[in-house]
Design a binder for this molecule. Structure first.
Ligand code: ADP
Ligand code: ZN
Length: 225
């Protein structure tokens, strides 16, 4: 493990493996994994008016307003939660969030080092979602298209013998809508970071030893580690 205080934003479409890559990178470089989705899920459990407001946006699948999310991130970074570096996952999602992040960091004499854009072939994203099955009892995920993720017995959970189901929103049609919504949000951000010279695309349709190595090489080259 190499200890470096680096600040990375990870961008990627739904089903691109963003959460998994965040884990791999934060473990390798001892960085903090910051996910606004996780933070908001924790926050909304409180019994306050703000928590209820946050919950109402999340339940609709809408973005939580910028001022709330930015305030949360500002608090987090000001408390020194991630002073030794971080990987942001799910933030920023809007241009005002990206601009606010730059300002917050500047305020602490810091700046963003790198924005990694996970680039996965669209058909692969669709397959990950459409062939996904989950156990109705324990939630264990499977994928019928990937040998390593297929259940031993068709339709039955390896872990608990529960029934495997397809989630109602795991259809190609719904997924294509989510993908479009992602691009509508992400493309302006990617332009913003492109202009700052911070964006780098990382082709990663598979997650293998090889792609892990390539990811580390890319980070070390870009950040001169
Ligand atoms: P998803 O891939 O479902 O969007 P996340 O865990 O990233 O999963 O986010 C869950 C929800 O939390 C989002 O649907 C949104 O309501 C809210 N959220 C997360 N990050 C942000 C953000 N940066 N800005 C606004 N809302 C956010
Ligand atoms: Zn199960």
């Amino acid at each position: 493990m190499i200890k470096k205080d680096k600040r990375i934003v990870l961008m990627g479409a739904p089903a691109s493996g963003k959460g998994t890559w965040s884990k791999i990178i934060t473990e390798k470089y001892a960085l903090e994994h910051l996910s606004t989705g996780d933070l908001l899920r924790k926050f909304r459990k409180k019994d306050t008016a703000l928590a209820r407001k946050i919950g109402s946006y999340m339940d609709r699948g809408a973005l939580v307003p910028d001022d709330i999310v930015i305030g949360m991130v500002d608090d987090l970074l000001t408390e020194g939660e991630a002073k030794d570096g971080f990987v942001f996952d799910g933030f920023p999602r809007t241009l005002p969030q990206a601009e606010a992040l730059d300002l917050i960091l500047e305020h602490h004499g810091e700046s963003l080092d790198l924005v990694i854009d996970l680039d996965v072939d669209e058909q692969i994203l669709v397959d990950r979602v459409v062939y996904r099955r989950v156990c109705i009892d324990c939630g264990q995920p499977y994928n019928l298209k990937t040998a390593a993720m297929r259940p031993k017995v068709e339709g039955v959970c390896d872990q608990c013998n529960g029934k495997l189901i397809q989630r109602s929103d795991d259809t190609e049609e719904t997924f294509m809508e989510r993908l479009k919504a992602y691009h509508d949000q992400a493309d302006p951000l990617l332009d913003y970071y492109e202009k700052q010279g911070k964006r780098v695309a990382f082709p990663c349709s598979e997650m293998t030893e090889q792609t892990r190595r390539e990811m580390f090489e890319l980070i070390e080259e870009k950040l001169s580690l």
